[in-house]
Design a protein around this ligand. Structure first.
Ligand code: PLP
Length: 372
């Protein structure tokens, strides 16, 4: 049987070429593997046109490990991070900073509201102790897109440093270092670059990173140490995720051959438009207004019918070959559908047909007459 299509924001559906690139074993001391690391890092920097100003530091683990590493390395121990919170990942960034014993100021917005640059400017004026600002580019808990360029402008004008969690956006949504000044941008292999989980990376401003030698509270998450070691030896400190890196190399080859960031964004936008129209035809409502919706993942209100259970919908859609994602909001009952991964219009149409059939089977279809 065909493996299920993941409509989730990472792990996500990867191509056959990416999967087959992981069939070879690599020696972590081997020159060929060192070259693989160097080529991946240089391609990741090129996506942000950041090769002159920034360096790329790869890190073992999931995306959160790299967020923790970036903050723990770049934020001085007595520094304060202002975190822009409008969803679960913003809250996670604030929380992990507190857990490592650093001070945090939260600037909170509603889950359906983008960060307001004017409120940020006011908060920075009121909090001169905040040396750094943390922001989530695409808040994956809802699919909301924050206005990164304006936020970066406000942060730079106030003389502070910006740490961007662009986990679910980098590679698809444009981030050019010259237009969006940042001290660090964090992303991972298994989102818009369409690799598999197991490693993340930080694009860090070279000077800021080199000046951060003694900041880290952690040995394993010390990005400065990781960078210095990689520079000196060509190797990662500690066992690298060899197969994951080879998968990312293959995913990047496909990414570049297909036209890079503009092409990736265009495919995701087409997927998103198709999904949005299809959901509407099924009578389902999106949680976010269109002007803040990123073409990455949709949060959808549960059908307003008695007896609705996500687990039942999940199983019925799963039986038809597609994997949905649960909602992450506490204020209302929702589920999520991603439109990233090695998918295009054909898979989106099949997914919508599977969703319609599942809703119908469960008696959840609120507007069955329009589901043509
Ligand atoms: C996926 C994601 C992360 C990292 O989550 P992990 O489960 O650690 O990979 C962080 N921030 C955002 C916005 C994400 O989408």
């Amino acid at each position: 049987m065909r493996e299920p299509v993941l409509l989730t924001p990472g792990p996500l559906t990867t191509s056959l070429a990416t999967k087959t690139a992981m069939l070879r074993d690599w020696g972590s001391w081997d020159t060929a593997f060192n070259q693989l690391s160097a080529s991946v890092c240089s391609d990741l920097l090129a996506i942000a046109d950041a090769g002159d100003s920034h360096v790329c530091v790869p890190l073992q683990g999931s995306g959160t490990f790299a967020v923790e590493a970036a903050i723990g390395t770049l934020l001085p121990r007595d520094g304060t991070l202002l975190v822009l919170v409008n969803g679960a990942y913003g809250e996670r960034m604030a929380r992990l900073t507190e857990v490592m014993g650093r001070r945090v100021v939260r600037l909170t917005f509603a889950d359906h509201q983008a960060v307001c640059p004017r409120r940020l400017a006011a908060a920075l004026a009121a909090h001169p102790e905040c040396s750094h600002v943390g922001v989530i580019h695409c808040e994956t808990s809802t699919g909301l897109l924050n206005p990164l360029e304006q936020i970066a402008g406000v942060v730079a004008a106030a003389g502070r440093a910006l740490i961007i969690d662009s986990m679910s956006a980098f590679g698809a949504l444009p981030v050019l270092a010259r237009q969006v000044p940042f001290a660090a941008l964090v992303s991972s292999a298994n989102k818009c670059l369409e690799g598999v989980p197991g490693m993340a990376f930080v694009l860090a401003e070279r000077q800021a990173l080199l000046a951060s030698a003694a900041n880290s509270h952690s040995l394993a998450l010390d990005l400065h140490d990781q960078y210095v070691y990689l520079q000196r030896s060509g190797q990662w400190r500690f066992t690298p995720p060899t197969h994951v890196l080879a998968g990312l190399r293959a995913a990047l080859d496909q990414y570049l051959a297909a036209g890079g960031q503009p092409a990736r964004l265009a495919r995701y936008q087409a997927n998103a438009a198709r999904l949005r129209d299809g959901l509407r035809r099924l009578g389902l409502r999106s949680y976010l207004a269109e002007d803040v919706q990123a073409p990455i993942i949709f949060t959808v209100h549960a059908p307003p019918l008695p007896g609705y259970r996500f687990a039942a919908l999940y199983q019925a859609v799963r039986a038809r070959g597609f994997i949905l994602y649960p909602g992450k909001l506490t204020s209302c009952e929702t589920f999520r559908i991603g439109c990233i991964g090695a998918l295009d219009g054909a898979e989106i149409d099949q997914a919508l047909a599977a969703l319609a059939a599942a809703l119908d089977e469960l008696g959840y279809l609120p507007a069955a007459e329009v589901a043509a």
